[in-house]
Ligand binder design. Structure first.
Ligand code: 5GP
Length: 183
């Protein structure tokens, strides 16, 4: 599996340090409140579990699974909910925890959908921001790393359901994408 990686963009140590800092910042910002962290399956699972351990305040967790229609490495903005939240969020302080914002279409859909459920507050915490790819403006409250326009895998992010278990954020060799493209 490691042979398939061309380049490491964000190392395991960098991720760990940044997630700790985000946890401290979020704990300070939400002091005296009890936010619900909404993890977006499956990509945000590793980030959410590390971020949760970095919080020093009470917090609960819920999950949503969505599928965005699109081909391979390109999202279309048409989103379908595969698994909805277990609990209502009306009156709660909600923090969406997402792996990556690319065009912005998916997070825009999530924000609109969750806002209609009348939370007390609604913010976004995203590990990776591919800002130069943005098609619509979205405000991101907490960002781990800004990254260039490359297709990345690892630390929860997949290519054809593989590579989520890499402990770093990396770029695959082009021939790997070609060879596994039809999977
Ligand atoms: P957006 O709607 O912002 O264009 O795309 C967001 C979703 O596209 C992410 O939640 C993720 O599932 C997927 N995505 C965007 N860029 C990448 C990438 O570089 N690597 C992986 N694995 N998924 C990506």
């Amino acid at each position: 599996m490691l042979d398939d990686v061309q380049e490491v963009l964000v190392s395991e140590q960098h991720i760990a340090r940044r997630v700790q800092a985000l946890g401290q910042q979020i704990s300070a910002d939400y002091r005296g409140r009890e936010p619900v962290l909404i993890g977006i399956l499956k990509g945000a699972v590793l980030f959410l579990s590390d971020l949760l351990r970095a919080l020093t305040i009470h917090a609960s967790v819920d999950f949503m699974a969505i599928s965005s229609y699109g081909t391979g490495t390109q999202s279309s903005g048409v989103v379908r909910i595969l698994k909805d939240l277990d609990h209502p969020i009306a009156g709660r302080d909600v923090l969406i925890v997402e792996d990556i914002v690319d065009t912005g279409l998916t997070i825009r859909y999530l924000l609109d959908n969750l806002r209609s459920r009348r939370p007390a507050s609604l913010r976004v915490c995203v590990l990776l921001d591919k800002r130069e790819r943005r098609q619509i403006p979205v405000e991101l409250d907490y960002v781990g790393f800004e990254i260039p326009d490359r297709f990345v895998v690892g630390y929860g992010l997949d290519y054809a359901e593989r590579y989520r278990n890499l402990p770093f954020i990396g770029v695959l060799r082009p021939e790997v994408i070609r060879d596994q493209g039809g999977r």
